[in-house]
Structures are given as structure tokens and as C-alpha cells.
Design a protein around this ligand. Structure first.
Ligand code: LMR
Length: 327
């Protein structure tokens, strides 16, 4: 009997699934939330249950800064933080993605994230105990506040919530605003109570956090990109059986295709829903408004080249030049 009990528990121990805890800060209905669910389904199906992916959305496990620490400590195995959140980790080059108007087209963005430039950036995470698997889109950001934001002057004196990116800090200072770093999970409350006056995010994040309830105006400025790096704890990843790791890598390639295919339409639908809510007035910039915004914000590129790397900035410009764009 004792032998029998031992052998059953040995079998059970053997067949215990590998658990991947995937923590993130957005709603399950946001593009990242949907992509995480897609990865879970693929990973579990393709590994025939040898891997279980547990998703913890909405900062329910960790907020922005804590989740990075938790990944490094191995308390969670997978995250997809926005590219604006790698500075505190000591990999400030990712903040290049935050530069205003850095991507003149989706083709340029894709050439960076799917090409050698993007791969080289992910490599910089390895000494930090992290492996970068993929880039996922969210989209281009809109600006919101309780007053109309048609011109750069409209930002003067406004307290704007930002992610922990020095480039975004410089962007708002260039507009005469007062940027304040804050975790995503705290933004709604801070807008409600007036701790900050406004914020920026793609429509999908605004809508899924109900920010239309606490912001009266938004401007479709598309001034900056919001994307994610899907990252895993290096020790965990390298210790996986080879076949499992290969299967998960191919599930990630497929998930990335899905994530990047839905992001634009998710944001288009979210923008329409924000408009339809009747709670927030959405402004669109005319070409001449846009020229004024660009003039105010483009100097941030040079101002921040020391932070993100002059060579890297030139590399980004060269990628744009391949598609006929000049900076
Ligand atoms: C933020 O504003 O913190 C977001 O971009 C969060 C996210 O992960 O989309």
C-alpha cells in the first residue's frame, strides 16, 4: 500500500504542469489582455496541458514597477510592459519608442520591431535576467484633460500623468505641462480626484479604464506610440525542456501576429465607443494644427538623444529613410 501511494504521487509529481504566471496592468478587454488570453489558449493546447498559463490582469498581482521586480525575482514568469517602462530597469534605450512622431508610418514601426534593430534592443535585457520574446502593438496615443487640447499652449500648467519614461517627461515639459509619473492602476482615481488633470494613452486603454467618466476632452493627436515587449524570466525560460520552449516560441510568434493584427481595429472601435459615450468630446487635428504640434514636439528628439542614444536615433531615422521619410 505504501509503495503504491509512493508511485502514484511520483507520477503526479512528474505530470505536474509547468506554470507560467503572466501578470499585466490592463483590462482583459484591452489589446494586450486579448493577446495574453490568445497566448494562454495556444500554449496550453500545443503543449497538451504540460504548460498552464495563469493570467493576472488589471494590476491585480503587481503594479508597473513591482511587476518588473517580480519578474526578475521569478515570482512571475511573463510580462508585457509598455516600452516606456524599461528605464527604471536600466535599459533606457527602449524610451526611443516614446519620442513624439518617431514613426512616420506603420511600415517603419514594423521594420524596427520585426527587424535587427528590435532584436538588438531585446538582447539588452539579457544581462538583467530577462529574455525579450516579442513586440506587441497597442497603438498611437491621444491626449485627454478637462479642457480642450487643440494647441500646445493648451497644455500649459496642466498636471499630466505619465509612465516612467524620461522621454515622455520631456515631451510634456516641451508643452509647458507638469508631468507626474504614476502607476497605470492609479490613473483613474487620480483623474477623478484632480491629483492630475490629464493623461495620454491609446483609445483602447482609455475606454477599458472608463477614463471618459473622468475626462471631458480628448484630442486624436497620434503623437506617440504605445507598444509592449513580451518578456520572460531568463532562468525560467532557459531551464524549460527544449521541446516545450520551442512550442512556446512558436505560440508566441503566432500570438504576436494576432496581437498586431487586432490592435488597430481595437483602437478604432474604442475611439468610436468613446465618442458614442457622449461623455467626452473628441477633437481631431487639422493638418495645420498638426504642423504646430510637430514643431513644438520634434525638438524632443535632439534633447533626448543623450538618453536614448544618438546612434540608435540615427538608426531609427535610417529605417524611416528606407521608406522615403526624412527627419
Ligand atoms: C500605461 O499608461 O501605463 C499603459 O500604457 C499601460 C499598458 O500597459 O498599456
Amino acid at each position: 500500500m505504501a509503495v503504491m501511494a509512493f508511485s502514484i504521487s511520483a507520477v503526479q509529481a512528474d505530470s505536474k504542469p509547468i506554470v507560467i504566471k503572466f501578470s499585466h496592468v490592463v483590462s482583459p478587454d484591452a489589446p494586450k489582455g486579448k493577446a495574453a488570453a490568445y497566448f494562454k489558449a495556444l500554449a496550453e493546447e500545443r503543449t497538451k496541458g504540460r504548460v498552464v498559463v495563469e493570467i493576472y490582469p488589471n494590476s491585480q498581482l503587481y503594479k508597473d514597477k513591482e511587476e518588473m521586480e517580480a519578474l526578475q525575482l521569478g515570482a512571475v514568469q511573463m510580462l508585457a510592459p509598455s516600452l516606456a517602462k524599461f528605464g527604471p530597469l536600466g535599459v533606457k534605450e527602449f524610451e526611443i519608442f516614446d519620442l513624439p512622431y518617431i514613426f512616420p508610418s506603420k511600415d517603419v514601426l514594423r521594420a524596427v520591431t520585426e527587424g535587427p534593430v528590435g532584436r538588438a534592443l531585446l538582447k539588452k535585457l539579457e544581462p538583467k535576467g530577462i529574455i525579450g520574446l516579442a513586440y506587441w502593438d497597442n497603438g498611437f496615443k491621444i491626449m485627454s484633460a478637462n479642457r480642450p487640447l487643440r494647441t500646445p499652449e493648451d497644455f500649459r500648467g496642466l498636471k499630466m500623468r505619465i509612465q516612467s519614461s524620461k522621454v515622455i517627461d520631456a515631451q510634456f515639459r516641451a508643452l509647458g505641462a507638469l508631468p507626474q509619473v504614476m502607476a497605470f492602476s492609479e490613473v483613474y482615481q487620480a483623474l477623478l480626484t484632480g491629483v492630475v488633470d490629464g493623461t495620454e494613452n491609446p483609445p483602447s486603454n482609455m475606454l477599458t479604464q472608463q477614463m471618459q467618466d473622468v475626462q471631458k476632452y480628448a484630442t486624436v493627436s497620434n503623437h506617440g506610440y504605445l507598444g509592449y515587449a513580451v518578456i520572460v524570466n531568463r532562468k525560467f525560460w532557459e531551464a524549460l525542456p527544449d521541446d516545450i520552449r520551442d512550442t512556446l516560441e512558436s505560440a508566441m510568434i503566432e500570438t504576436t501576429r494576432y496581437a498586431n493584427a487586432i490592435a488597430q481595429s481595437e483602437n478604432d472601435t474604442a475611439l468610436e465607443a468613446l465618442k458614442a459615450s457622449g461623455k467626452i468630446e473628441i477633437d481631431t487635428l487639422t493638418p495645420s494644427d498638426l504642423a504646430v504640434w510637430r514643431k513644438a514636439l520634434l525638438p524632443v528628439h535632439r534633447e533626448m538623444e543623450g538618453r536614448v542614444g544618438k546612434d540608435l536615433l540615427e538608426t531609427f531615422y535610417r529605417e524611416a529613410a528606407k521608406f522615403g521619410f526624412r527627419n
